[in-house]
Design a protein around this ligand. Structure first.
Ligand code: PLP
Length: 380
């Protein structure tokens, strides 16, 4: 096959051509430091201001509530560490879920070295947190709740607004990692009721190495880096103008094309699943409830097949990822599938297939045929 079929959009997305076009003048010509007061400096400053509005708009925030960072990992660190360090008097207890990305889990773990305690909420078999469990976990010293909007591996969407209501009632700040959800499902900070929200550029057709953090007006964050006064000194350092411009444009496009893109991702995902089910029947099972799932994500298990063998056999033609890590003589099941209590055999046969706005019917038809053949061969 000429060009492999990319079905791993949750890992990263290509840069949209419109995004690249918007960035190009800032690579080639407009190199001014946004802090300089002469024209090319002002051009950079204005470009940042424009991007801030574009990013704010897609999540229905105010531009002044957006801080640009280098990635979602940094945004999560700034949200969790930054909030807790600035609000030491609010207590030393954090509530999170058992299915977070390491960019949240590892920050929480680090906070325990500073005397914080973390409650990891268990999830149901589809990977969903029960809001009642959040309420039960709250203690007088709970300072922060951090629960992702949607899971990167299985696509499960969490009941964020219900959790936000509980957080508000108890005067607890609420952060959500929306790295996988912005541009795929409605992510409106007012409707969700969150105080802090993480955005990742490279999951929505902007380049890698750019992210943003929404900080609701009135939420105090301590800066993790110390320097000059860029980004209101919350994130000092000369701004990455080129990537900021790219993220702004990517958010504008994601908002403009939201219906079209989410419908395409859903249609492609569901066609793929239907095709695989038609060909393989009971050998295919979906690990989540598709009612509460990102429109592009398919966590699917193939009975009698080892996911790594499958991914490897098709890797010349199709790019997908697996739900487990393969070591020399053992298989390590991902923490997300473990938390969902997925049977070890099923977890070992689980792959993540994620569609994107560029996925076509032709690609899906080819993918159905290649995956079906590979599964049949491997399960002989
Ligand atoms: N959070 C979630 C849910 C993710 O899926 C990812 C990336 O896969 C991240 C955070 C980290 O993103 P980055 O590596 O760009 O910092």
């Amino acid at each position: 096959m000429e060009k492999p079929i990319y079905l791993d959009y949750n890992a990263t997305t290509p840069v949209d051509q419109e995004v690249a076009n918007e960035m190009l003048p800032f690579i080639q010509n407009y190199f001014g430091n946004p802090s300089s007061s002469y024209t090319i400096g002002r051009t950079s400053k204005e470009a940042i201001n424009k991007a801030r509005k574009q990013v704010a708009s897609i999540i229905n925030a105010k531009p002044e509530e957006i801080v640009f960072t280098s990635c979602a990992t940094e945004s999560n660190n700034l949200a969790i560490q930054g909030f807790l360090l600035a609000n030491r008097d609010r207590g030393k207890h954090i509530i999170t879920s058992a299915v977070e990305h390491p960019a949240v889990t590892e920050v929480c773990k680090y906070m325990t070295t500073l005397g914080y305690e973390v409650t990891y909420l268990q999830v149901d078999t589809f990977g969903r947190v029960n809001p009642t469990d959040v309420e039960k976990a709250i203690r007088p010293d709970t300072a922060l709740i951090t629960i992702m909007q949607a899971n990167n591996e299985v696509g499960t969407i969490q009941p964020i607004s219900e959790i936000a209501t509980i957080a508000k009632k108890n005067n607890i700040t609420f952060h959500t990692d929306a790295s996988q959800s912005v541009g795929k499902i409605e992510t409106d900070v007012t409707m969700l009721g969150v105080d802090l929200l993480t955005i990742a550029g490279h999951k929505l057709y902007a380049p890698k190495g750019i992210g943003a953090l929404y900080i609701k007006q009135g939420t105090i964050i301590e800066n993790l880096f110390h320097g000059a006064s860029q980004e209101k000194a919350i994130r000092p350092g000369t701004e990455n103008v080129i990537h900021i411009v790219g993220l702004g444009k990517a958010c504008e496009i994601a908002q403009r094309d939201f219906d079209k893109n989410s419908q395409n991702m859903l249609l492609m995902r569901d066609s793929l699943l239907n095709g695989l089910k038609n060909n393989l029947g009971e050998q295919v099972t979906v690990n989540v409830s598709l009612k509460n799932c990102l429109p592009n994500t398919l966590s699917v298990a193939f009975d009698k097949v080892e996911a790594h063998a499958l991914a490897s056999v098709i890797s010349k033609d199709i790019f997908i990822s697996t739900g487990s890590a393969c070591h020399a003589d053992s298989i390590e099941i991902s923490s997300v599938l473990k938390a969902m209590n997925i049977d070890i055999k099923k977890a070992a046969g689980t792959v993540r297939i994620s569609t994107g706005k560029y996925t076509t019917t032709e690609e899906i038809d080819t993918a159905i045929s290649i995956i079906t053949d590979a599964v049949k061969k491997l399960s002989l």
